[in-house]
Design a protein around this ligand. Structure first.
Ligand code: SF4
Length: 460
């Protein structure tokens, strides 16, 4: 057993996290920056940080991830990294020609107290930023929050810089999306297009981190939200923020800056959350929901009805990001499953409130926790105390799944040992079908493996 030292006896911990259910802030900032066209993420810190963040994203997406670094040495670690960043901005615009450099900080530059806002202003004052080019920034100290906080901070950074209010309203809706796969971002655009709704999606990593193989390396792929699109967000009719943790801060910033009203929704994962998203989009643009979407909804309900007997009452443990977990837990309840253990390393009181609201009336025995002590070690201990029928989470769950012989569905970030997550959506009704397919596949594979020969069925 790989995790043989995990026991079912839970000891109170106050200053120790074991196998955290989160990763580092700048990874989120880097991912969000890749969803803007012509943007090069820049890590203001040591080479090691940047290398780790790029590697984490590359391993998940199986795509090359471009990013630059201030390459701190001992000197910059003591005296500050201003000279490195000024030099970097000059070099990057001269050699790589991005439209935007998106600077995020690291633990090191935050700890020594670099004032990145001032340094970025100095790049403009010193005329290091060519005309028509931009440097944006955000702070991402990784000793607070998580990759989700970093994602939110970077998206808010873009809103700080780009949207303008001209006074002429445009018949378009802003959708600020939380951390989802490129396939999901494509799915959001597809749903809006099917409804005839013009949207600006920020960020948008489709056609950036799921590009077709052409034999040529393209430093800045064709996807991503463009600068004119971001500027126009200040004149949009309204904003839908998908995911309170990832997207709401940016939506608030946009409302304060350009008076564009916003609605915050959970990510459209599962039946009810997708219903709310489609309804919000339909109301915001005053359009009818087309038959193609209603039919997809009907197909998801049909699938749930057909397979209900295999899902009913199954106990599920989950870990990951709050914006994903909240609608996912709601969806599992819709499937009549029992989400009994949930942990998220991302702190924030509203996660607990959301879980209270969803779980208390239907699964009162459920245990859930988020923040620093909400780690995978604790999740494993809960599972040891009373087993579950299914585990859902990122790649790191495979150790628990193997030791406890639990069917395992990979969902979230990172997924290092499988493919498909960046190509097949989880969002929307079709995404819901994909999710149910994966859940059923995992549960039924185990049933087949363990069935006695005389009970081994060909049909379901
Ligand atoms: S030092 Fe901080 S920013 Fe760098 S990799 Fe570690 S946690 Fe992330």
């Amino acid at each position: 057993m790989l995790l043989r030292h995990t026991t079912d006896k839970i000891t109170e911990r106050s200053a120790l996290t074991i196998n955290p259910a989160k990763t580092c802030q700048p990874i989120g900032a880097m991912y969000a920056a890749l969803g803007v066209h012509g943007c090069l993420p820049h890590s203001h810190g040591s080479q090691g940080c940047c290398s780790y963040h790029r590697t984490a994203l590359t391993r998940h997406f199986k795509e090359p991830v471009m990013a630059a670094t201030s390459s701190f040495t001992e000197g910059s670690s003591v005296f500050g990294g201003q000279a490195n960043l000024l030099q970097a901005v000059n070099t990057i615009f001269t050699i790589y020609h991005p439209d935007i450099i998106a600077v995020h900080t690291t633990c090191l530059s935050e700890t020594i107290g670099d004032d990145v806002n001032q340094i970025v202003q100095k790049t403009r004052d010193d005329k290091l930023v060519p005309p028509g080019k931009h440097v944006v920034h955000c702070n991402t100290p990784s000793y607070v929050g998580s990759h989700i906080t970093g994602y939110s901070n970077m998206v808010t950074g873009f809103i700080n810089y780009f949207p303008q209010r001209s006074g002429n309203k445009i018949n378009q809706i802003n959708i600020i999306t939380g951390w989802v796969e490129p396939s999901d971002m494509r799915q959001i655009r597809h749903l809006a297009k099917s409804m005839g709704v013009k949207i600006v999606l920020l960020p948008d990593t489709s056609n950036v981190l799921d590009t077709p193989m052409t034999g040529k390396h393209n430093m800045f792929p064709k996807g991503g939200t463009t600068i004119p699109q971001m500027v126009s967000m200040g004149d949009s009719k309204s904003t839908i923020a998908l995911g309170p943790f990832c997207a709401e801060d940016a939506a608030i910033k946009l409302e304060n800056k350009c008076k564009v009203k916003f609605t915050t929704l959970e990510l459209p994962i599962g039946l009810k959350a997708t219903d709310r998203f489609i309804t919000a989009l339909s109301r915001a643009s005053n359009v009818k929901v087309p038959d193609s979407i209603t039919d997809d909804r009907g197909r998801l309900i049909d699938m749930i009805t057909d397979m209900h007997k295999y899902l009913f009452g199954k106990r599920v443990a989950l870990f990951g990001d709050p914006d994903t977990l909240t609608p996912l837990v709601e969806f599992l309840i819709t499937l009549d499953m029992k989400p009994v253990y949930i942990v998220s390393g991302t702190p924030g009181k509203r996660f607990e409130t959301a879980m209270d609201n969803i779980l208390k009336p239907v699964v009162p025995e459920a245990k859930y926790l988020n923040g620093q002590r909400a780690d995978m070690f604790l999740l494993h201990q809960w599972i040891k105390q009373e087993p579950v029928d299914l585990l859902i989470g990122n790649t790191y769950g495979k150790y628990i799944a193997r030791d406890e012989d639990i069917p395992f569905v990979r969902l979230g970030f990172p997924i290092l040992d499988r493919v498909g997550h960046s190509y097949f959506p989880t969002l929307g009704y079709k995404g819901g079908m994909h999710l149910v397919t994966n859940i059923l596949g995992a549960i039924m594979d185990k049933m087949d493996r363990e069935a006695a020969e005389e009970k081994f069925e060909l049909t379901m």
